[in-house]
Design a protein around this ligand. Structure first.
Ligand code: ADP
Ligand code: F6P
Length: 324
């Protein structure tokens, strides 16, 4: 691959706090290297339609602390077909884009792999609150979402405690239980339910609550991952019926995706953004920037997509032994 002259950046899939910090770092580090940068709006839609803006040093001022994405994001079904990818390649030629940085989840990386296969060098940066990218120990936005969940559940806990109630809180994560696991540990949830670990309602929920009641506990928090697709209001009724403890459910929803990125997400996003530019500058495309064992490294995008992320069963068991 030749040295890149124009980098295109897009954010794709669900937004995540820290995407703007990554965008800022990419623009700044590319411009100082003499590389032109353009923003592609609304994910792969913008690439298909040619919705492109020029980005200079000052165009990314005052966004490091903002949630959402300045470039907007979208899901683009058309891009899943070869015809859509071909249109995107045409746009790249038209705007002189010879390298693309995609900030998103593994769906977005699949799109980047398709583009790479058509000769447009792409680099992926993991950005999703779900932390579900196998190749990376961390994805931008996860920490901020955890902070938000924690803040919300702490508030729920206040009222749950004063009423001696049980509170069921559903958190996001798509099919992955990482947000549920880590927030459950952080809020001291009596029960954490995730798709990765099958549970028995009587043994793992009712018996556990009844055992805990005997130790003097009077209020309970149950964190449920959305991947289980439970109707948490119905679930609350079952828990109340079986335990005689008034039980209420809260679905936290999109509040988890918004807000100012945490320090960790700003720093991680900045490092990953600068790293991605260095790769393209060195003529390295078709890579994903990932965090492994506390170090930033890059791996082949196709290898990254073939990897499977194993759930942290040890942390889950530890939580069950501490949160009693
Ligand atoms: P995420 O990137 O957060 O996992 P999605 O799975 O919704 O989010 O994917 C975001 C976008 O990436 C999709 O709307 C589509 O444009 C593109 N994409 C997803 N899967 C593929 C695929 N298999 N081939 C090509 N593009 C894909
Ligand atoms: O991938 C991030 C995420 O917020 C998931 O946790 C959730 O399942 C999904 O996106 C929701 O997507 P949408 O914005 O399409 O409702």
């Amino acid at each position: 691959m030749n040295k890149v002259k124009t980098i295109g950046i897009l954010t794709s899939g669900g937004d995540a706090p820290g995407m703007n910090a990554a965008l800022r770092a990419i623009v700044r580090s590319a411009v100082v290297k003499g590389i032109r940068v353009v923003g592609i709006k609304r994910g792969y839609n913008g690439l298909i339609k040619g919705d492109i803006i020029e980005l200079d040093l000052r165009s990314v001022s005052d966004i490091i602390h903002k949630g959402g994405t300045y470039l907007y994001t979208a899901r683009c079904l058309e891009f899943k077909d070869e015809a859509g990818v071909d249109l995107a390649v045409e746009t790249c030629k038209k705007f002189g884009i010879d390298g693309i940085i995609v900030i998103g989840g593994d769906g977005s990386f699949r799109g980047a792999a398709d583009l790479s296969a058509k000769g447009i060098p792409c680099v992926g940066i993991p950005g999703t609150i779900d932390n579900d990218i196998a190749a990376s120990d961390y994805t931008i936005g996860f920490n901020t979402a955890l902070e938000t969940i924690c803040e919300c559940v702490d508030k729920i806990r206040d009222t749950s405690q004063s009423h001696d109630r049980c509170s069921i809180v559903e958190v996001m994560g798509r099919d992955a239980g990482w947000l549920a696991l880590e927030s459950g540990i952080a809020v001291g949830a009596t029960i954490i339910l995730v798709k990765e670990i099958p549970f028995d309602f009587q043994k793992d929920v009712i018996d556990r609550i009844n055992r805990t009641i005997k130790t003097g506990k009077k209020h309970f928090i149950i964190v449920v991952s959305e991947g289980l697709e439970l109707d948490v209001n119905e679930f609350a009724k079952h828990v109340e019926r079986e335990t005689n403890i008034v039980t209420r459910a809260t679905v936290l929803g999109y509040i988890q995706r918004g807000g100012s990125p945490s320090v960790m997400d700003r720093v991680m996003a900045t490092k990953m953004g600068a790293y991605a530019v260095n790769l393209l500058e060195k003529g390295k495309g078709n890579r994903v920037v990932v965090m492994q064992k506390n170090k930033l490294v890059d791996i082949d995008i196709f290898d990254a997509l073939a990897m499977k992320k194993e759930f942290d069963f040890d942390a889950y068991n530890m939580a069950n032994s501490v949160n009693i």
